[in-house]
Ligand binder design. Sequence first.
Ligand code: SF4
Length: 469
Amino acid sequence: MDIGIDLDRVRDLIPRYDKPGPRYTSYPTAPVWTEAVGEDDLRAALAERSTSPLAIYVHIPFCRSLCTYCACNREISRDVSVADDYLDRLAVEAERLAAIGPPTRSAAVAVGGGTPTFLDPAQLARMCEILDRHFPALLPAPPDRRTGTSGAGSERSVEVDPRTTSRDQLAVLADHGFDRISLGVQDLSPVVQKAIHRVQSVGETADTANAARELGFASVNFDLIYGLPFQTLASFEKTLDEVLALRPDRIALYSYAHVTWISKQQRGFERKDLPDASRKLAIFSLAIERLCGAGYCYLGLDHFALPGDALCRAADDGSLRRNFMGYTTGGDQDVLALGCSGISELAGLYSQSLRSSVDWAAALDAGRLPTLRGWRLSEDDRRRRWLIQRLMCQNEIWPDGYAERFGETLEARIPDLEEKLAPFLADGVLVTTPSGYRLSAEGRLLMRSVAMAFDAYLGDDGPRFSRTV
Ligand code: SF4
């Protein structure tokens, strides 16, 4: 399928749109949050909840070695016993959080990092037992008498590093209900892998994907990154060939974020080794054409899935959402985070935990909830968040839908909207439709810039964000 991106047009637009800007995994974005919103706010939000099921995110910060492109919260160690202390505190945190508010089940569990498979099989089993004790899985609804189909039960997903993942670890996770797996792949070119300090053979990737499928994982995702040092169109096309031969159910294709003020090890890359904005977009559009041509649906900013996958269904029925884990299917489900640096997203509240595992453990040992910072959403935040979600998940600005939902016109909320959208319309980034505006094929590559038109917090205070291209 050709989705019709005109690369020459995109190249013309780059000088105007390649500026620092958020990825909008939350709104307001994390740099706006404040330490004034903390433990008491998290307690209050949990206490006010109903018994509706939660999504649980568990952060495992440890990795065996450092990938030089990494901007995640991770701690490098080769001593697996550090995870025993971490799990001791995770059990305390889970018990403390579960005791606030009414008992609730988990509709989804996502374990990320760091590297969750840093944990050995016994430690993984212990992590699952902690979750099952405090946030038992939502059971599938009984089969419908007419259709014979069961209602959805809990989904459990895990991020793995194929270089450090064994069949035994996957078997433990499968035994505890994990049915979705995400493999860090990034790029399969040996030249790029050497530069990013992540040497991972096609065989290791294939073995992990195949073992997961044999053990019953229903969905296999690959994470790829474009914009890495020494990437060329030809080298990434070869990576895509090798990836497509393994036919993952989902592919997340992230833009490399060069944020040297956050991730100092990225200073090891020379600027000249990185693809410039024009080559980056050429690689991205090549990937879009190849993946769509191979039958994948293009969802939101950077996700692809085979037809029939839950992400495609969520895009069709309007329940696709974007949060700090990327695109998800859970609609407006509350997320409760466990582990250092985890971000909870409860009705009206963002709350992030302390970033370092040492500080996080010390707060738990002192009897506290280990919060670092957070944000209570105002009504204005909620309305702008809805607009940004709609743009990033459905590629549209929908004035009638906004008015129906919030009882006011879009112009009443953002009086200079016409002025803000005019350049996007003039450049063909947005096109008008009978119900509002839609991102054009080229505009989908620049959607972060359009989303910034709805952001009330953007200032001129330095490079807090990666560039939007
Ligand atoms: S394995 Fe992932 S989290 Fe760990 S250093 Fe590499 S990119 Fe970062």
